[in-house]
Write a protein that binds this ligand. Structure first.
Ligand SMILES: C[S@@+](CC[C@H](N)C(=O)[O-])C[C@H]1O[C@@H](n2cnc3c(N)ncnc32)[C@H](O)[C@@H]1O
Length: 357
């Protein structure tokens, strides 16, 4: 007889089904958030008070019937308020911080571009699982690079200059006086440009293997008025040019590299005497059993089809994954000849680590 029926716990099953439905509902909500962002619907609602679907449609230049259905989806998800008596909808100040204010550290819509790219690239992932081959960063759907860059940009904006650099021993002082900085795996270069703006006496080099990201990084620096002190060039983490860097940074990039020990060893050669490596990595604890949270789930998932896949395509000597944790990262730097390694700062999303020779 079928003994499965005898052994399962219906309360546990109910709890899991409820959870799975919540996740599925979030997936449907994601495309609604992305549409609201792209069509300017959230921005049209921010600070406007109660609006009818007709008023919002007119403000955003969209068709009312679509807007009305979208509004009801947002209300059902808890992302806009609804006033039944007046049949109007409103974005609360807290909802505006999360959905309309692009400069808020809590702004979430851009983050949905990453799972969108992961769905679009599912066939690549299926193939990679079967063959064991990698997927280079640049082969992904274009929403990946933009999603990652804009997701982290606000965290960098809020914390890099105000908290992370001052947490490193003597680095902010050195950059104020005028130093040379390399940003390895710089992507769209938001980190590079923020530092260049904050430290006008210093010079900055951003290196990456993805040409499209470098083009974007040049634009970001140009728009911020720091193009004269920033150079973005294609280079690998273990062969980029130059020596005498006072600070070498890896922002969410070391674990993507196929040979992180070689990248750290190259940094050891390229640093000025007394120079510092700033390693910014996704927050993780050292043990799998301690990485159970919504943030860990996001990072492990992205790590599976993006980070591990890129590292494998990049040689795959040591595939750290996005949940490496401090101990494994420290080991990379020990193996590359560094003697000093410490956690300088942490947030729910990032570990900020300091390494010295
Ligand atoms: C997750 S993105 C982070 C980009 C950026 N630092 C940020 O924080 O938004 C990782 C970046 O590392 C770059 N990358 C991966 N392997 C590399 C390597 N071996 N050498 C240089 N860059 C590399 C990728 O092209 C990508 O732009």
């Amino acid at each position: 007889m079928n003994h499965i029926h005898k052994t399962f716990d219906s309360a546990k099953l109910d709890a899991l089904v409820t959870r799975a439905m919540g996740d599925l509902s979030a997936g449907y909500g994601g495309i609604m958030i992305s549409l609201g962002h792209r069509l300017g619907l959230f921005k049209a609602m921010a600070g406007a008070g109660p609006l009818s679907s007709h008023e919002l449609a007119a403000r955003a230049g969209c068709a009312e019937r679509y807007v009305r259905e979208w509004l009801n989806a947002q209300f059902a998800g808890g992302y806009v308020a609804y006033h039944p008596v007046s049949n109007t909808y409103e974005l609360t100040p807290e909802q505006a911080k999360v959905l309309a204010d692009e400069d808020s550290p809590a702004f979430i819509p851009n983050a949905w571009a990453v799972p969108a790219s992961m769905w679009a690239d599912e066939d690549l992932a299926v193939e990679a699982f079967r063959t064991g081959n990698g997927i280079p960063w640049g082969d992904h759907d274009g929403r990946l690079a933009c999603g990652v860059a804009s997701f982290y940009r606000n965290a960098y904006k809020a914390s890099l200059i105000a908290e992370w650099l001052p947490a490193l021993d003597g680095v902010a002082e050195e950059l104020t006086a005028g130093g040379l900085v390399a940003d390895i795996g710089c992507g769209h270069g938001h980190s590079t440009t923020l530092m260049a703006k904050a430290f006008p006496a210093s010079r900055f080099h951003g290196y990456d293997t993805h040409d499209k990201s470098l083009e974007e990084a040049r634009k970001v620096a140009e728009e911020a008025g720091v193009a004269g002190r920033t150079v973005f060039a294609p280079a690998r983490a273990n062969t980029y040019p130059g020596t005498g860097y006072d600070l070498i940074c890896f922002f969410d990039a070391l674990h993507d590299m196929g040979d992180p020990v070689a990248a750290a060893a190259h940094a050891a050669k390229a640093l000025a005497p007394g120079g510092t490596v700033m390693l910014v990595e996704p927050f993780a604890n050292d043990r799998t059993e301690d990485n159970v949270s919504p943030v860990a789930r996001i990072y492990y998932a992205a790590s599976t089809t993006i980070c591990c896949a890129h590292a494998i395509s990049d040689g795959g000597h040591l595939v750290l994954g996005a949940q490496a944790g401090e101990e494994r990262l420290a080991d990379v730097f020990r193996r590359a000849g560094f003697t000093h390694f410490r956690r300088a700062f942490e947030t729910p999303f990032n570990l900020v680590l300091e390494a010295r020779l």
